[in-house]
Design a protein around this ligand. Structure first.
Ligand code: SF4
Length: 481
């Protein structure tokens, strides 16, 4: 795919390296499952431009010298290249292949990729006897030590992959024909641009897609949207009145503002001073770092809050961020309880995560259960007026996520100047800082994380103010600086 595309048309997501790094850590850890220490044929890289020749040569040399477990071996055969997480030699001299997944399930796409790996390794001359996925067992609860044999599930999909090989070989033939052409194929955009992955060249190929395109509509399948697009119906305006409109609700994308004053007043009556605007950040490690934690259980590490004591009073900012070198959950809970003790209403935007975190803390620290429970009772969901369509601005484009709502109520506010720009990036970054071998400036990165969370919670204040302003209530609390 990269062969005939100019490099400068690529647009890698900013947090992709962070996600890859966390996944590489899991792959490294799976190496401890083998009876002997794996021979490292190549380091897992964060970069796209891997030195394939060097890794193939290292793999060939390792096999010749009789290594029995290979980590990250690479193969080249008939113009095909692949690498794989682990290979283990069996007593008969054939090999078992292993792919590590930081998930509990195996997607069809992962199986397609595995079939390609199997085909390439076999074409390179290795006899493969078994092909295993190592997935995460999310029922496993960590004891004092991590038990990798219980944490990973080993699933043999060799027979299934063999059944896919005839189709795969036909696809490879088609791909060869495409690669032999001088120019990148001139094709229209399609579902393949976004599924199973968002293509790196999308910002280039999708330049001609108008801002009010049919792709903005919610609750319509991707297949349907491409059907409209391919039939010349490219914008919501073109869809209106077209033969395709039947049964499609366009209200989400229409330009009508909704200010339902009676419902908004009812919502605001539930909000009493002192108010706390609150936001948490947590991470979901595949490897449970502490006793009693399961894979992918959310572990809180940061909260940010603005407190407003009375109508018109100044706001005060509060935050807590854990030390990545230790288990900070108890300190997190203690400081949160202290901050919330005098608060009447805690405003959180879509508080599912916050509630999960507090319930997890209640289980981990039963002595704090009552105090934590009282925090749960004070939480009011600030997203409700928006999800219930009691407060809607056209710029929200039918979406209720904070990332869409904030620019709609405060167009000059954005995350562009922040080092950390999404909750997912925040979570991955903290996970990196937890690794004692990381090479980041910890103090600086912790500041970046707090700044991100501060922006999120500042957004809550702006949304709340916008709701009050919409019903002509004096805007309160004062906007924090
Ligand atoms: S964005 Fe779509 S059309 Fe462009 S290269 Fe990617 S898959 Fe092909």
């Amino acid at each position: 795919m990269h062969r005939n595309r100019a490099k400068d048309t690529r647009n890698l997501p900013s947090d992709s390296k962070l996600i890859k790094l966390a996944s590489n850590q899991l792959v490294d850890c799976a190496g401890e499952l083998f009876n002997s220490t794996p021979y490292l044929c190549a380091r897992l890289s964060l970069e796209e431009d891997k030195d394939w020749n060097a890794s193939v040569l290292a793999t060939t040399a390792a096999i010749k010298s009789g290594e029995s477990v290979l980590a990250n071996p690479s193969f080249y055969a008939n113009d095909l290249m692949c690498d794989i997480h682990y290979l283990e030699k069996t007593k008969s001299g054939s090999w078992n292949a292993f792919v590590v997944k930081s998930s509990t399930k195996i997607s069809d796409k992962s199986k397609e990729k595995a079939a390609f790996q199997l085909h390439t390794i076999q074409s390179a001359g290795l006899k493969i006897n078994g092909f295993f996925f190592l997935t995460i067992n999310n029922k496993y609860e960590r004891g004092d030590q991590l038990d990798l044999k219980k944490m990973f599930r080993k699933r043999d999909i060799f027979a299934e992959l063999n059944a896919q090989l005839p189709t795969l070989k036909k696809t490879v033939t088609e791909l060869r024909k495409t690669l032999a052409t001088e120019k990148a194929p001139d094709i229209e955009i399609g579902e393949y641009c976004v599924s199973p992955y968002s293509c790196e060249f999308k910002s280039n190929c999708w330049k001609h897609v108008p801002k009010d395109s049919v792709f903005n509509l919610r609750r319509v399948s991707r297949e349907t949207k491409f059907k409209w697009w391919n039939n010349g119906v490219k914008t919501v305006a073109q869809l209106q009145g077209s033969k395709f409109q039947a049964g499609i609700a366009l209200s989400d994308s229409q330009s009508e503002e909704i200010i339902d004053k009676p419902h908004l007043l009812e919502f605001l009556r539930r909000v009493n001073h002192p108010i706390l605007f609150l936001d948490f950040e947590g991470y979901l490690p595949a490897l449970p770092p502490y006793k009693g934690i399961r894979p992918f259980q959310i572990i809180p590490f940061l909260f940010a809050a603005y407190r407003i004591d009375s109508v018109g009073s100044e706001s005060t900012f509060h935050s807590f961020i854990g030390d990545p070198a230790k288990d900070s959950r108890k300190e997190f809970a203690t400081q949160l309880i202290e901050l919330c003790s005098e608060i009447e209403t805690i405003l959180v935007y879509d508080p599912l995560t916050e509630k999960q975190v507090i319930q997890g803390l209640m289980r981990a620290f039963p002595e704090m259960k009552d105090d934590l429970e009282s925090i749960l009772h004070k939480i009011v969901d600030l997203a409700k007026p928006i999800t219930n369509k009691h407060f809607y601005l056209p710029a929200m484009k039918g979406l209720s996520s904070m990332k869409r709502v904030l620019p709609a109520v405060a167009p000059n506010t954005n995350y562009k100047n922040l080092e950390v720009q999404s909750g997912r990036a925040a979570s991955q970054l903290y996970q990196i800082l937890c690794d004692e071998n990381h090479d980041r400036d910890t103090a600086r990165e912790l500041d970046n994380l707090v700044e991100y969370c501060k922006m999120d919670v500042y957004g809550l204040v702006l949304v709340y103010n916008a709701i009050r302003a919409a019903i002509d209530d004096p805007v309160n609390p004062a906007i924090p600086s």
